[in-house]
Design a protein around this ligand. Structure first.
Ligand code: MN
Length: 233
């Protein structure tokens, strides 16, 4: 079975700082027939890079905002919570992914940090994107689709999603400038990058949260299966 490392973040339980991921990621990987392995946040660069060697593929999970210094901006009042330790840890994970060429699927924050790592930038808040009008911060019906996407021809999503399909949306930041090595795979109707890829390097990313949709949406389940099949393809 394939081992899928999942990047984690800090939570708080009973006054203790805890490492973890939302259980949906675990369930999504299990349902897709692979072994999920939570990669704990830590500052030790060698340990973090070694974690990557234990994985067949990696999912970079959702979470708080990446500190804007990573894309050369001052933090503005529209930026929300960030976690410098997680930023540092995930940057080391990305170093490990780049060195080992392990396949990676970025989800939400995972997509955003992938874009910045490879030279792109972010909107610190979607209100900074002048023509954005779509609701990207879904308030109800958690785990169900919110807004439409248009899927680019020949993208990694074409066998799974069609233009007009609904995806969920739980983000207030978004890709501003896409990194030069990436190709847009899906857009929202107001032009927000909802998916991108570098197929040759097996780097894939979605701004939406397929792991939250697996209960009700066969396409979301298929996306995880597709990624795991792609590891060896
Ligand atoms: Mn969205």
């Amino acid at each position: 079975m394939k081992v899928i490392g999942i990047s984690s973040g800090f939570g708080d339980a009973e006054g203790f700082k805890r490492n973890g991921v939302n259980d949906h990621y675990i369930e999504a990987v299990i349902q897709a027939g692979a072994v999920p392995m939570i990669l704990p946040v830590c500052e030790n660069e060698a340990a973090v890079k070694h974690m990557i060697q234990l994985c067949d593929g990696v999912i970079l999970s959702g979470g708080v905002d990446l500190h804007p210094s990573y894309y050369g901006e001052e933090v503005t009042s529209l930026c929300e919570a960030f976690d410098v330790l997680r930023d540092c840890y995930e940057w080391h994970l990305l170093d490990g992914i780049k060195q080992t060429k392990k396949p990676v699927l970025g989800i939400c924050r995972g997509a955003q940090i992938l874009n910045v790592y490879f030279g792109g930038t972010l909107y610190q808040d979607l209100s900074m994107k002048k023509d954005s009008y779509v609701m990207h911060r879904q308030l109800g019906s958690r785990g169900y689709g919110c807004h439409q996407i248009t899927v680019a021809k020949n993208s990694f999503l074409v066998d799974i999603y069609h233009s007009g399909d609904l995806v969920n949306s739980y983000h207030h930041q978004a890709i501003k400038q896409l990194a030069p090595s990436f190709k847009t795979a899906a857009l929202s109707l107001d032009g927000v990058v909802e998916a991108f890829e570098n197929d040759a390097e097996k780097i894939y990313a979605v701004q939406f949260h397929p792991e939250l949709m697996i209960l009700h949406d066969a396409k979301a389940r298929r996306l995880f299966q597709w990624f795991i099949e792609r590891i060896d393809a």
